[in-house]
Design a protein around this ligand. Sequence first.
Ligand code: MG
Length: 383
Amino acid sequence: MTTIALIVAAGRGHRTGRDLPKQYIDLAGKTVLARTVDMFLKHAGIDQVCVVIHADDAALYNAALADRNVLPWVAGGDNRQASVKNGLEALVPLNPTRVLIHDAARPFVSTQLIDRCVRALDHVDAVLPALPVTDTLKTVVDDRVTGTLDRTQIVAAQTPQSFSFEPILAAHRMFSQLAATDDIALAEQAGMAVRTIDGEPENFKITTGDDVIKAEKQMTEQLTDIRTGQGFDVHAFIADRELWLGGVQIPHDRGLKGHSDADVALHAVTDALLGAIAAGDIGVHFPPSDERWRNAESHMFLSHAGDLIAAKGGQISHIDLTIICEEPKINPHRPAMIARIADILGLRQDRVSIKGTTTEKLGFTGRREGIAAQAVATVRLPE
Ligand code: MG
């Protein structure tokens, strides 16, 4: 028995006000489409995932899903129903038993909801996740109210709408002129028995710009595992070398000694981020013995740490960096360093703090022998 998730991502909707179709919008470091696809890829009850896209979006699609193990994409049609039909036809050679048809713009589909869809297919050929309607529903013509609907007989339809493969394929072939806005409508036309299961309010469809903001908020609220990491680093001054600090080149009579560009500030931030996800230290990821990292630009180390957090579905909440030295003065370079670190990590600048301090001429920093840096990072991860 093979169960395939068919993700419908062929829409061109620009109602979000962004310059991208909504399924390719970035949501806290990952596209809406990638978040949706990942929920099905990681579900044990789903064997394969196939995405229907607009042919013009192939580059966006490839960038969004990168090296994920999905079936080749399928080009959509003139409307949603035609797109789903193209997807189903492309799956025929794989001879699937069941198909879960899901909107790409619903990235909050839960593992439990997918479970309920798959289990319900043991009993019927068509399954609809549905929500009760709480508002009273009116019929209107222009601005004139013409009646009141009995809401006890009405539900709001969600996806994944889930089917035995053969009958829903037959319904799509038979009623291809219907231009239905969901697949259950075709099952109804074909006389299939349709059962509802509980949908989930969180599983809403991103349509407008407000929905994008709501989705970002909901995404952050789901990251309840809050971690703190700290990092510390020291590099000695050396003559005849550029000084790189906080990702910025600073005019100075000496630079810092090290295998890489010796950006002590970025090293401390990188270690703080690695610490927050318990992923070792910078030397584990970029061994100083490795010739590849000779004179390496330290922004590579920092963006690698950011990528590891994004791969866990996490977000960086805040970075607080203290640079400890008698010289150079930190304050004139603070805005450029903040901008650079925020840019490397894809953060708002108000999530990056940089402070400078001296050690009152005490110790190695006081003797101007080198620079020390320490950083604290706060990271939010899913449970
Ligand atoms: Mg270092």
